[in-house]
Design a protein around this ligand. Structure first.
Ligand code: RB5
Length: 146
């Protein structure tokens, strides 16, 4: 699985664990920056990762900002991208099982490294359930894209 990753200055604290978990799960990384803790707007980085998913260059995206909120709002503007902001393991699992989320957004100021590790592992390892009712609802959402 190819995973596009992106961070702003407030999410970069999670970069080491994001990279580690992707590698442990056998994924390949497509790095969309940023590389330092210097203040940077999250928007271009979030869009770069989301565009990679939309264009089929990555299977999924993981984007970290301070809260995981701005990056999720930005990424979900991109066609075909279903972003979720997650800060608990139940939601991480359900976002894959029921929502087939393809973009995980984490807050570097919200979740600690070890909770992030559990969320990332679950999210990367859980497949969409494929159940008809969930597929129907997702299709309905995606058909409403502008
Ligand atoms: C940066 O201060 C912060 O606003 C950003 O990382 C993110 O949390 C926005 O939603």
């Amino acid at each position: 699985m190819k995973v596009a990753i992106a961070f702003d200055h407030a999410g970069i604290v999670l970069r080491p664990v994001v990279e580690e978990v992707i590698e442990q799960c056998g994924g390949q990384i497509l790095d969309c920056g940023t590389d330092s803790a210097d203040p940077v707007d999250y928007v271009p980085h979030a869009f770069a990762a989301a565009d990679a998913v939309s264009q089929g260059k990555a299977d999924r995206a993981i984007i970290c900002c301070g809260t995981g909120l701005g990056s999720c709002i930005a990424a979900s503007k991109v066609r075909g991208v279903r972003g979720v902001t997650v800060s608990d393991t139940y939601s991480a699992r359900m976002s894959r099982l029921h929502n087939d989320a393809n973009c995980l957004c984490l807050g570097g100021r919200v979740v600690g490294t070890e909770l992030a590790r559990d969320i990332l592992t679950l999210w990367l390892q859980t497949e969409f359930s494929g159940e008809d009712r969930h597929r129907r609802r997702i299709d309905d959402v995606m058909a409403r894209e502008g």
